[in-house]
Design a binder for this molecule. Structure first.
Ligand code: GLU
Length: 289
């Protein structure tokens, strides 16, 4: 079976040099290994994703000389797949609804921090500080029926108790040079959100499911997602999904050493093209042959 690579952008802005690097690297690796290259549109956040950004992604990638298989998988068209996985996890008692708003969560964290530092996840966000896990089934039902928004959270203690010793094969490198067999540390993320009342999925859940449904064997993506792999491995284990290998690549930084953002025109692919750059110039800028 040939290896399967994918590039999975979110259409919430225009592609920049960092995306170009990731897409070209995936495409090159697929070609060098006689593998397949897939494109996936990660558009579950309906408030931020727009069709014009999706159209621009296709244009920019084609201009870069990248060809992908069709049909392209768009996450917004597959909510039933995510819902089914969520139901499986719920039926196993691994998911619970949390009803706190973002502001309430911030207030709870501030309260805890008055005494001692509150733990943070690998992205630097505070772990969930609430107590929704201990609500009674009756309280839960009443709150759900009362129409207030909620987030469905993974009961990390229960989930990781079922999956000790998870690891993954890393062919790239983590933030501290981790490579080879890397031990997953899903507990570092606390009770992560798997879905919200209005969106039956999250980044973590849909990535784990889609990589499996699309038969992805080689996940090649930015080093900023390195520790997310812990959560993806846990979900793969809980949902009986196959395990791809991973290659996390360096990030393309701006002149000040910061991660690129979709709103900085200077490193946007369309802006560079409008300024006269050729696809070969983009390759050179990101350090690819
Ligand atoms: N959609 C994610 C992003 O644009 C990438 C997801 C992944 O490669 O796992 O950052």
């Amino acid at each position: 079976m040939p290896p399967v690579f994918r590039f999975a952008p979110s259409p919430n802005g225009h592609l920049h040099l960092g995306h170009a690097y990731s897409a070209l690297l995936n495409f090159d690796l697929a070609r060098q290994s006689g593998g397949r290259f897939l494109l996936r549109i990660e558009d579950i956040d309906a408030t931020r994703c727009r069709p014009e950004f999706e159209a621009a992604i296709y244009q920019d990638l084609a201009w870069l000389g990248i060809a992908w298989e069709t049909p392209v998988r768009r996450q917004s068209e597959h909510l039933a797949d995510y819902r089914a996985a969520l139901e499986k996890l719920s039926a196993e008692g691994l998911v619970y609804p949390g009803f706190e708003s973002r502001a309430e969560i911030a207030r709870l964290v501030a309260q805890r921090e008055a005494d001692a530092p509150w733990p943070r996840d690998p992205d630097g966000a505070p772990l969930y500080p609430g107590a929704a896990k201990s609500l009674s089934p009756d309280q839960r039902r009443r709150l759900i029926e009362s129409d207030i928004p909620y987030a469905l959270r993974l009961d990390m203690a229960a989930a990781s108790a079922r999956a000790s010793g998870l690891n993954w094969v890393e062919r790239g490198e983590g933030p501290d040079g981790e490579t080879g067999i890397v031990a997953a540390r899903p507990e570092a993320w606390g009770d992560v959100i798997l879905a919200r009342k209005e969106t039956p999925t999250s980044y973590h859940l849909s990535v784990a499911i889609d990589d499996a449904l699309q038969g992805v064997t080689d996940v090649v993506r930015g080093a900023d997602l390195f520790w997310s792999t812990s959560v993806h491995r846990l979900l793969q284990h809980l949902l009986d999904l196959p395990q791809p290998t991973y290659r996390h690549h360096r990030l393309i930084l701006d002149g000040e050493g910061r991660k690129l953002s979709k709103s900085t025109a200077a490193t946007g692919i369309r802006e560079l093209r409008a300024g006269g750059a050729a696809p070969a110039d983009i390759r050179r800028l990101v350090g690819l042959p």
